[in-house]
Design a protein. Structure first.
Length: 400
């Protein structure tokens, strides 16, 4: 059992490591090519078919980059493709989704105060959400609406806002954020796998056959690339949110997700305008800061316990009894809760010193938000006990 646990932990660690590495590679190349595309300039003397070029310096060397409007007249001997970064990110990300959320669905996906469903039902709904959500997005892109980038973007944004709300009516707050992030990530990878790369291959095939490639292929690929560009920052937020209950466990979590989508668009707009050589819209940072302030307020605005009047004189023995009864069955050296082999995130609350050491986490998880106990308060922590924990923390989290 010990060796099996060690293997599982290291496998989890390595899987997450590869996922992060692949994500860095994909996001880095995506941001670079968006920057390169926007920084190209038309100049005199460019080769036939070249729509613009750019000079860059890096690592002690100079680079002269040129972009053909459709494709060069003949294929170069060597051609670098960029797609494995995206595929590896998706494959490792889905593996993590299964390992963490599907294997522990009743803890991480289900909130019985939101919807009383089983873990198996939550998994099926999650898979259905990914399939249906992506299908709707793909249908919008391929519909007549797809010919108007602005209209498509507006409808796509409204669709994501609806999903943010809808998922919070099915899953736990943590599960809803991961589901939304997984859906966006799936759509982004599908853009690469089903549009960008296939269209590039069709262009290459036409060149090899001595034919003129269809310009619509490159245009469609660029549209999907732009979508990925604007969705990158929000999807990263969703994926790291599981570590921060103030984001996903708020009463207004779907509104927070909506504002994060807006912030992501604003920040990318700032950089995109700068890369294109236009005046940088500095106002986007002011608006983003304002929206972030609103998010911070919303994260606790729905917490009645955090702001409720609580008894002033709280004995540590009361706190210890609460934590022992409601938390330590999982957060202990040897958890007794079924399906929990090791204390989540290594947090142990089975001694007085450990409880005091994690006072801030207890407050954030069980008082400022209702992230804990998971599964929609699966250990039945009552509001009266949350108020005792609030008062204890407000008094400086004293010990015995």
């Amino acid at each position: 059992m010990t060796w099996l646990l060690l293997f599982e932990e290291w496998a989890n660690f390595l899987l997450r490591w590869v996922h992060v590495i692949a994500g860095i590679g994909w996001i880095g190349s995506s941001f670079y090519f968006i920057h390169l595309d926007l920084s190209l300039r038309k100049r005199e003397g460019l080769p036939e078919g070249v729509g613009g070029d750019a000079w860059q310096v890096h690592g002690g060397g100079f680079y002269h980059m040129q972009k053909y409007v459709v494709a060069p007249k003949s294929m170069p001997k060597e051609l670098t493709w960029f797609y494995w970064e995206a595929y590896a990110t998706f494959l490792t990300g889905f593996a993590l989704l299964v390992a963490h959320y599907y294997m522990n669905a009743e803890i991480y996906l289900v909130d019985k105060t939101v919807l009383d469903i089983s873990g198996t039902t939550a998994i099926l709904l999650s898979i259905a959400g990914l399939v249906v959500g992506y299908s709707v997005y793909e249908g919008l892109c391929r519909s007549p609406l797809g010919k108007n980038d602005l209209a498509l973007g507006a409808v796509g944004f409204a669709f994501l806002v609806f999903l943010a709300w809808f998922f919070t009516k099915i899953f736990s707050g943590r599960g809803a954020y991961i589901e939304l992030g997984a859906l966006i990530g799936t759509a982004m990878v599908a853009n690469v796998a089903h549009v960008i790369i296939p269209n590039q291959r069709k262009i290459v095939k036409a060149l090899l056959a001595g034919e003129t490639p269809d310009p619509a292929l490159g245009k469609a690929g660029k549209q999907r690339s732009v979508h990925n560009n604007y969705l990158t920052l929000p999807v990263i937020f969703m994926m790291v949110s599981n570590h921060y209950p103030l984001a996903f466990a708020s009463k207004y979590n779907w509104i927070i997700a909506t504002l994060v989508l807006v912030i992501g668009v604003l920040i990318r707009h700032f950089y995109n305008e700068g890369h294109a050589g236009r005046a940088k819209p500095w106002w986007t940072w002011a608006v983003s800061a304002l929206l972030m302030a609103i998010i911070m307020w919303l994260s606790v605005a729905g917490s009645a316990i955090a702001n409720a009047a609580a008894p002033r004189n709280v004995q540590f023995a009361q706190v210890q009894d609460i934590v022992s009864a409601r938390c330590s069955m999982c957060h202990a050296k040897e958890p007794v809760w079924d399906g929990i082999a090791a204390p989540p995130k290594g947090v142990m609350l089975d001694t007085p010193d450990a409880i005091r050491q994690h006072a801030k986490g207890i407050f954030l998880q069980a008082v400022a938000t209702r992230a804990m106990p998971p599964g929609g308060n699966m250990t039945d922590l009552p509001d009266e006990d949350r108020q005792i924990l609030a008062a204890w923390f407000a008094n400086g989290a004293p010990g015995i």
